[in-house]
Every structure is written in C-alpha cells, then in structure tokens.
Design a protein. Structure first.
Lengths: 535, 291
C-alpha cells in the first residue's frame, strides 16, 4: 500500500527543471548527490593520475621520470585531492542521496544551502589543482602543510590556503544540512535508535566536521598572516612555535581521518546484514562505539607528533588514548563478523567489497596500533610503514566502502541492474592488487625507506617494483567502475521489485526504484517503518 | 499517515534557486582576488567585485527567504530547521575562535616558557637565545616588531567596551521580551539601542587600535603578543560588525512590521549570534587583556 502511495506522489510531483538549470540551480538532494559523486569520481582519477606518476617514478632506484620538486608536488597534491576531493565528496554525495530516503524525508532540510555546499567545491579544486600550473608549481611539503615549508611556495601557497578555506566552508555547510535533516526531518516514529547505521555514522561525522574544519581554517589562516602580515604564530623568534601548527593541524587531522572512515563503517553495517540475511549483531553497541570513537578522536592527535619533542607525559597520554580507540573499533569488527556468523551469505559485489573492507581495514588498524606505541613509532615515523598504514585504512577501507555503497545502491538510483560479472572483476582486481600495491610498503618502511622521496637506495628496489606493478594494475582496474556505472544507467536491465537484494531492509527500499524525484512526500507510516526495521 | 507535520503542511522544498551559485562565484572571485593581491599581481581593489557580489548575494538570498516567509511558506518544521542550522553554525564559529585561543594558550603556557629554557628545553634557550627570559607579554627572543612596546591594559578602553557589550546583551534581551509580549515600541527602541551599542563598541575598538599603532608601538607584527592580540580581537571585532549589521537589518524588518510574538526566527538567530560575540568578548577580556 505504501508503495502505491509513494508512486502516486511520484507521478504528481515529478516536474524537474530541465537543461543546465536543473544542475546549476539544483535544490534536489538526488541531483546534488549525483553531482557530488561525479565530482568525486573526477577528482579520484586526477589524484589517481598523480599516484600513477609517483609509482612510475618509484619503479626502480635511479628513475628520472619527473624532477624531485614535481615529485614532491605530486605526492602533496595526491594526498589533498584524494582526501578532500575524492573521499569526502563521495561521502557527501552518498549522504545526500540516501539520508533523506533513509529517514523518510522529502529532501534535505536546507536545499539551497545544499546546492551552495556543492558548487563551492569545483571552484575550490580549480584553485587547488590549478596551483600545479602556476609559476613555481604547487606546494610540495606534504598534505599537512607544515610551516615554514608551506610558505616557501609562490602563488601556490595562498591558492592552496584559499582552496582549503572554500572546502572548509563547503564541508561545514554540508554537515549542518545533514545534521538538521537527520534531527528534524525524520519520519514520525523513527526514533534515534531506529535509524539506519549509515545515518547514525553520518550524523556523528557531521558533528566532527563542524568541530574541526574551523580549526583547520584558523590554522591555515595563521600561516597566511604569518607570511603576508608579519604575525609570529609559527615563528620562534617572535615567541611563536612551528609545532603549534602541528597541534592545530592534527587536532583537525585525526578527527578528519574518522570523518573519512565513519560513513564507511555505516555503509558496511548496512550491507553485511543484507547479504548475510541476518539483522546486524549489536546495533546499539555499534552506535555507542561510533560515538566513543568520535569522542576519542579529539584526544589522540599527538600520535602524529611523537618525534617532534613533545613532553614525555604528553607522549604517554597520546599513546594510551590512541590505543583506547582500538576498543570501540574492535567492537565494530567483532559485530560485523558476528553478523556474518551462521548467516546465509551470498557474495554480490557490495558484499564482496564489504567483506574485504572488514578484513583489510583491520590490517590498517593493526599497523595503527603499532604506530601508536611511542618507542616503535620513533622508528616507523616518516617511513613507508606509515604510508602502508594509512593506505590500508583509506583505500581498502574508505574507498572500498564507497564502492560497496555504489554497487549496493546503484540499482536503487537508476532502477537498473549493473553488469554483475564486470563488477566482480572490478572487485577481484582491486582486492588483489591493492595488497600487491600496499603490503610491500610495510616491509619497505620497516627496512627504513623514508616516505616522500623521489629516489631511494637500491636495496629497496624489489619491493618498490612489486608495489608499482600492483599500483598500475589497481589503477587501471578502477576504469571499470565508471564504465560499469555508465553501462548500467544507459542499458542495464530494469529491476522489477523495489529492491534487487533479497535481504535488504530499510526505508530506501520501500520507495520505488528508480526513486521518485522527491523522496518521501508524505512520511512513511508505522507499518512501513516496521517493515523497514533492520533489527 | 501524514501526522508528521503537526500543522498538516508539507515541508517546503524550494525549486531551483540562483543564489547559491552566485554565492559560490562571489566566494571564488573574492579568494582568487586575494591570491592575486597577495601575489603582488593586482592592487587591493581586486577584492571589490567579490565583496560586492557577496553583498548582492546576501541581499538577494535573504530577501527571497524573507519573502517566502511572509507568504506563509514556512511552518513549524522549516522554522526548526533554521534554528538548528543557526545553532550549529554558531558552534562552528566557536571552534574557529577556539583555534586562536588555543594558539594563545599554547604559546603562553608552553612555547614562551620553553624559549626561556624551562624544563627539558633548556638547551634551546642556551644555544639559541641565552639572554631571553620568558615573560608575558612578549614579542619573543628576537624582539620581532621592535625592542619595546606596551601591552594593552584591561582597565582602559577594554573595560568600557566590556560594559558596552554586556549592556547590549541586556538591551537585546529586553527587546526580545518586548517582542514576545507584543510591545512593539519598546522592541524598536531597545533593538536600536543594541545596534548602536554594537557600533559604539566597534568605534571604540578602532580607537584602541589607533592608539596601539601610534602610541604603544603595538602592532600585528609585534611578535606573538601582537599576533594573538590583534588576530583575536580583530576577528571578534569583525564578528561584532557583522552582528551589528544583522541587528540593523532586523530593526528595519521590525519597522516594516515583520515578526510576531510567536514566530520570529530571524530575531532569535541574531540575538543568539549577539550573545555569542558577547561571550567571546568575555573570554577575550579575561585571557587577552586581563590575565
Ligand atoms: C585503530 C585505529 C588507528 C590507530 C591506532 C592509528 C594510529 C596512527 C598513528 C600512530 C599514526 C602516526 C604515524 C606516524 O606518523 O608516525 C597514524 C597515521 C595516520 N593514520 Fe592512523 N590510526 C588508526 C586508524 C586510522 C584510520 C581509520 C584512518 C583513516 C581512515 C587513519 C589514517 C591515518 C593517516 C592518513 C595517517 C598519516 C598522516 C600522515 O602522516 O600523513 N588511521 N595513525
Ligand atoms: Cu591519527
């Protein structure tokens, strides 16, 4: 009944604006979500191109493919682009698409603000990517922009800072919108502890965003005034301290890594129950674990600074608080495994990516624990071991979860099924070669290879070659994704029911596929809610 | 089934709006202009188009929303969205100031004493600046910005300004009560008093800055003390200015007969904002001027 109701509403209200206005003046959460996802894809491939050049340069010792300065620019831009351009917009895009549908709302709470959050971004990335082409090249001191190195670049320095400011404004406005949508537009009867986990994790992510993006903005503003207006925040001669920037940056930076991963936790918590055909194990525990991770993420930033000369007490504090995070993280991993335990599992692409996520993210978590130990970190810091750690949590972590989400909800968005066989190819190629790419970096790091070097001692060559080959295959296999999506949208087989997944529950599956232009014109009733309940 | 909307209405989803893209372009031209200015390619007026476009956007976007409101498009739910959004926006502003307060606390508590050789950092002092003795206020061991300068006192303009701003917090509350009990005259008068006090604050602060620059040798470039002093009070002053302009805008709306005793989101949003700048000022007064 609810379905026919929703369809009727659909027919009645489906007047979308046409042509370029539909996109430039967009207020519809699905259109804006689509734009976010496309932007994210574009940035993913720009950042990926940089990565391919990096891996080519590192293929063997003594390569002279690009100048060392260009190499450093590429590593720096690669990091900034992937974090701010690929992963974050992908989450906002998925959130835009799914949150109103999942909470039973017609759209986002503040549709015009939503448009602004998106349209700031292409301008921000114009500044960021454009800085590569100005005289002197882009900033090259690493994505965390430490002073005074950052200030030694020409026009790229203010360009990067203003790009950061724009991205910050966009993230804050986007996060406000998501919080308000969740807190204010939930269907009646959907209590907080009935919300899907993707909604929960996004809610907490949004809170983190609003809390830390302004701090980053303040920190880079200080660099700007230090350089152009003669302030002394990071100048010891004037009584400041360059280490102050590290504190401010990582106060942003560590919550930021959870901004990148919490929505992934949410997606995986949606997908695993669907394909294990069992309710999520320990829903409440998942919510509390997410909240405690978010809280802890504010008090661990010092683990990025163990080698800068923090007082011993501070090092101990940050070591212990960091290791505490392993507890709620462990709860999550346990719950995912317990959800699969004795489930009747099937292995469609979203599930494959979700399982790979659980397994490979955990590897990143373990190397994180190793890095959290102060004495060991003295050795690991600044080596490829760190690179291995964060690529494990970010690529088979965050990025795989994004892929999982896309493969899970693409039929919902388009009303069509994608080429399952190709998607499995995408999965297996990615899952195998991501390990070929990143696992050797553990060895390289432990053997002492520093990160961000355009060349290295010959004894590191073997594993670098392996990593580079892994990188090229991994990079090339990503081209499958846009092809699969394009093919699905153009000529995929229309799906008959609302949901192509037998075990899927949730309000989004109560709407027809493709979803009507305005999601829930009138809120779903208790019967629909009860059917959608996941636990 | 549709009991979600207590008043039986649907949530208002505006169709297609040009204002966001104007805002994005305005921000971009402002920042591109700033890049060109900082890079020495263009004079400072390159910022003007961005500023004007931004002003145009605010006027246009807000009048659209005000118009929609006057046409009864918004109900309880939309109102609550606006409120929540404003609160979270203010929270983001709090965190922005927190970064600068953090810089102040960190340098005062750690960086400066370490430069003076405290604790395990004794060698820094010994090797780099053996004659430096940590104290606050300071412009660092390198005397950045001049050998001597005077610190801002808490008993001068700052004390008066504290009074001014606290009073304005009081007047805006009186205005709010007046609005709620339908006393439009009191509302108009006290709201006017509030923004006048706001502008007075900004004027006094300008005077204080002038004194600092001309008589006290205290500048933005005066080491860490000058940096934290001017950046904190400067960003705060900017917020007071914005807040006072917002007060002015809602004052004109009051004159036009907007707002009812029950529904006056814009008024409350501005009042919250005003209290926020008030609280920030109290922190400034205590940690920047006084202690
Ligand atoms: C079990 C949880 C985790 C622990 C204990 C942990 C611990 C650490 C530590 C100690 C470092 C500093 C290493 C060094 O520079 O010497 C580090 C770096 C990093 N971690 Fe994690 N981490 C965890 C999870 C994550 C997650 C979930 C993400 C992202 C999704 C992440 C992203 C990063 C990044 C990007 C860096 C490197 C930043 C840089 O230096 O460029 N970590 N981690
Ligand atoms: Cu961290």
């Amino acid at each position: 009944m609810a379905e026919s109701h929703a369809t009727a509403v659909h027919a009645e209200h489906d007047h979308k604006p046409h042509g370029w206005r539909r996109w430039v003046f967009a207020t519809n959460h699905k259109d804006i979500g689509t734009m976010y996802l496309i932007l994210s894809g574009v940035m993913f491939f720009i950042g990926g191109t940089a990565a391919m050049v990096i891996r080519a340069q590192l293929f063997k010792s003594g390569m002279k493919l690009v100048d060392p300065e260009v190499f450093n620019s590429l590593t720096t831009l690669h990091g900034l682009i992937m974090i701010f351009g690929a992963i974050m917009p992908a989450w906002v895009g998925l959130g835009n698409w799914m949150i109103p549908m999942q909470v039973g709302a017609p759209d986002m709470a503040l549709p015009r603000l939503n448009n602004l959050s998106f349209w700031i971004l292409p301008f921000a990335f114009t500044l960021l990517v454009g800085s590569f082409f100005v005289p002197g090249g882009s900033i090259a001191g690493g994505w965390y922009m430490y002073p005074p190195l950052l200030q030694q670049f020409g026009a790229a320095f203010p360009m990067t800072i203003f790009a950061i400011h724009l991205m910050g404004i966009s993230s804050i406005l986007g996060a406000i919108n998501i919080i308000v949508t969740i807190m204010n537009l939930r269907a009646p009867g959907m209590s907080l502890l009935r919300m899907p986990l993707f909604v929960w994790t996004w809610l907490i992510t949004a809170y983190l965003l609003i809390a830390v993006m302004p701090v980053l903005a303040g920190a880079v503003t200080m660099q700007l005034t230090d350089h152009y207006f003669g302030t002394s925040f990071f100048n010891a001669a004037g009584g400041g301290d360059p280490v102050l920037f590290l504190h401010l940056f990582w106060f942003f930076g560590h919550p930021e890594v959870y901004i990148l991963i919490l929505p992934a936790f949410g997606i995986v918590s949606e997908i695993i129950p669907t394909f294990a055909r069992k309710p999520l194990f320990g829903y409440d525990a998942m919510v509390y674990a997410t909240a405690s991770i978010a809280f802890l993420s504010f008090i661990v930033w010092g683990h990025h600074m163990f080698t800068v000369g923090l007082p011993v007490a501070a090092q101990l504090f940050f070591m212990l608080s960091t290791m505490l995070i392993a507890v709620p993280t462990g709860v999550k991993v346990f719950n995912w495994v317990a959800t699969m335990w004795r489930g009747s599992m099937s292995f469609e692409p979203p599930m494959l990516f979700a399982i790979a996520f659980v397994f490979l993210f955990s590897i990143g978590g373990f190397s994180g624990l190793m890095l959290a130990l102060v004495p060991s970190d003295y050795q690991y810091h600044g080596t490829y071991f760190v690179v291995a750690h964060f690529h494990y949590v970010l690529v088979p972590g965050a990025v795989f979860a994004i892929f999982a989400g896309i493969y899970y909800w693409l039929p919902k968005w388009s009303g069509r099924m994608y080429d399952m066989r190709l998607a499995k190819w995408h999965f297996w190629l990615s899952a195998i070669f991501v390990n070929v790419l990143f696992f050797p970096m553990h060895f390289l790091g432990l053997a002492g290879m520093p990160r961000r070097v355009a060349d290295y001692a010959p004894q590191f060559t073997d594993w670098n070659m392996v990593a580079s080959i892994g990188g090229f295959v991994f990079g090339a296999s990503q081209l499958l994704l846009p092809y699969i999506v394009w093919k699905c949208v153009r000529s995929g087989k229309p799906i008959e029911a609302n949901s192509p997944w037998e075990g899927a529950r949730g309000l989004e599956w109560e709407l027809p596929s493709p979803a009507p232009y305005h999601s829930w014109q009138s809120p779903p009733g208790e019967a629909v809610l009860a059917r959608a309940d996941k636990h | 089934m549709t009991d979600a909307h207590a008043d039986g209405s649907k949530y208002y989803v505006p169709h297609a709006s040009p204002w966001p893209i104007v805002a994005a372009v305005a921000l971009f031209s402002l920042m591109l202009g700033a890049v060109l200015y900082f890079d020495g390619v263009a004079p400072v007026w390159i910022l003007l188009p961005g500023v004007l476009l931004l002003a145009f956007m605010f006027a246009g976007w807000f009048s659209t929303v005000i118009g929609e409101n006057q046409h009864g498009m918004f109900h309880f739910r939309e109102d609550r969205s606006f409120r929540m959004a404003m609160m979270w926006f203010i929270f983001s502003e709090v965190m922005f100031f927190a970064a600068f307060f953090g810089a102040l606390f960190y340098t005062r508590m750690f960086a400066v004493p370490w430069l003076g050789g405290e604790g395990v950092k004794v060698m820094t002092n010994f090797l780099l600046w053996p004659h430096y003795e940590a104290a606050w206020p300071t412009n660092g061991p390198g005397h950045v910005g001049g050998q001597t300068f005077s610190a801002m006192s808490a008993t001068g303009v700052a004390a008066i300004n504290t009074l001014v701003l606290l009073t304005s917090g009081l007047t805006v509350t009186i205005a709010h009560h007046a609005l709620r009990s339908g006393k439009r005259r009191t509302l108009t008068v006290f709201l006017a008093l509030t923004f006048l006090l706001g502008f007075t604050f900004v004027g006094l602060q300008a005077h204080e800055y002038y004194e600092a620059y001309t008589k006290m040798n205290l500048r933005l470039t005066t080491g860490i003390y000058g940096s934290t002093f001017f950046m904190l009070t400067g960003f705060h002053g900017l917020h007071v200015t914005i807040g006072a302009i917002m007060l002015l805008v809602i004052w004109f709306r009051v004159l036009r007969g907007h707002f009812t005793p029950e529904r006056h989101f814009a008024f409350e949003a501005v009042a919250w904002y005003w209290h926020f700048v008030d609280v920030v000022w109290l922190c400034l007064f205590i940690f920047v001027y006084w202690l």
